[in-house]
Write a protein that binds this ligand. Sequence first.
Ligand SMILES: Cc1cc2nc3c(=O)[nH]c(=O)nc-3n(C[C@H](O)[C@H](O)[C@H](O)COP(=O)(O)OP(=O)(O)OC[C@H]3O[C@@H](n4cnc5c(N)ncnc54)[C@H](O)[C@@H]3O)c2cc1C
Length: 426
Amino acid sequence: MAAAEAIRGADDGAEIVVVSADPHGYYSRPGLAYYLTREIPEDRLFPFTPDDVRRLDLAWVTESAMAIDPAGHRVTLESGRQLVYDRLLLATGSQAIGARVPGAELDGVVKLDGMDDARDIIRRSARAKAAVVVGGGITALEIVEGLRARGLHVHYFMRKDRYWSNVLSESESRIVERELRREGVEMHTFTDLAAIRGRGGRVTAVETGDGAVIPCDLVAVAVGVRPRIELAQSAGLPCARGVLVDEYLRAGDPDIYAAGDIAETVDAHTGHRTLEVLWNPALLKGRVAGLNMAAEPVHVYEQDASINVTRLAGLHTTIIGTVGSGTDADLEGLSRGDSQMWSELSDETTVEAQRGDAHVRLALGEHTIAGAVVIGDQTLSYPLQELIDARVRATNVVATPEAPLVELINGLWTDWKAGRAQVCRA
Ligand SMILES: Cc1cc2nc3c(=O)[nH]c(=O)nc-3n(C[C@H](O)[C@H](O)[C@H](O)COP(=O)(O)OP(=O)(O)OC[C@H]3O[C@@H](n4cnc5c(N)ncnc54)[C@H](O)[C@@H]3O)c2cc1C
């Protein structure tokens, strides 16, 4: 939709056709978490009114695209109908990776990819009493909290000793875990899902790796997502984990672009290829691709430090830039609301401070702040986002890590706003 808006803004007369397999159209996927907890009603998930959509003057086709013929400039739909294009955008998003254990096919095993899944969880939780949630990252906690808000007893399984270990520090994991316990979630560390048991095709319990049996009616799996690249792959477009795009978001063909979760972009600072499963970068990529599709490919996608403003166990949390490293045993690759950039820290220098309700951590590069995590009071989030994006020289933070962190950040930000701070180019 961001691409469609950009195209319409640049060209009144363009014919725009949106092909989407999702019968619910365009809605906020991050908002599904708040829908599960009953904080927002379903109708608030739709960013566009029907009038907004009409103004874009689109043809909307609710169907799956099955094949692309780049040479013939054609897309074949599930019904067999073919569409001819001048320019094509692929924005097929990502899908949840399922559990690979016996019983994974039982009725009562759920995931959270889209509206139908959210409705399914809501419908099932009206009857269910106990649930097991398996996985890491943001989605697992969103499901945990949604189920708690709907009165279920929730068991949360973690394979190792702590939550989201490749992005959060140990103290941040503990803050989140403490809140989860306070909310009544039963935490199981060093616990693996070995099998799901059922009767009459329905979930009745799970079996853990060390042989314990936990009765439950629902099992939610959030072990990561995989970009849906099959269409691009079968059309012969260059793919790795995502669809490989250039700086204009072209996918190896002058008339085919990719955006959103599937686009594996090049980071201008590091030269690394990056995948992100984030809403705002998806919109930005859509906009850049749309502008390039409408005219000549002159608009470059510039990747800022990945940022997510989210909630973990009810705590407002902002994650910016590179903050962690390694892999999380609870995730296969990325989860929703996650960026590969976050866990690329090679230098382990971090400074952490707790003041009142705010927990702040900085990951320090050689001369700049490489990343930050802010939990609780969010006053410092915006200054940090600006300092990190602008690559402001932060040697005073590096040199005196024991000095009060909050004052250092505020001082640096004031200098930056007043034009007194230096910027470090890559
Ligand atoms: C539960 C949840 C929580 C999230 N939380 C956050 C968060 O806190 N912060 C954040 O930044 N991001 C979050 N995200 C991620 C964010 O929503 C995505 O990064 C973003 O939606 C990606 O946009 P996209 O256009 O690439 O794909 P999507 O929004 O997934 O849209 C892809 C669309 O393509 C359709 N499609 C796929 N294949 C085909 C085909 N062959 N034919 C036709 N249609 C097809 C799909 O049905 C889908 O409608 C969350 C996502 C979910 C699901």
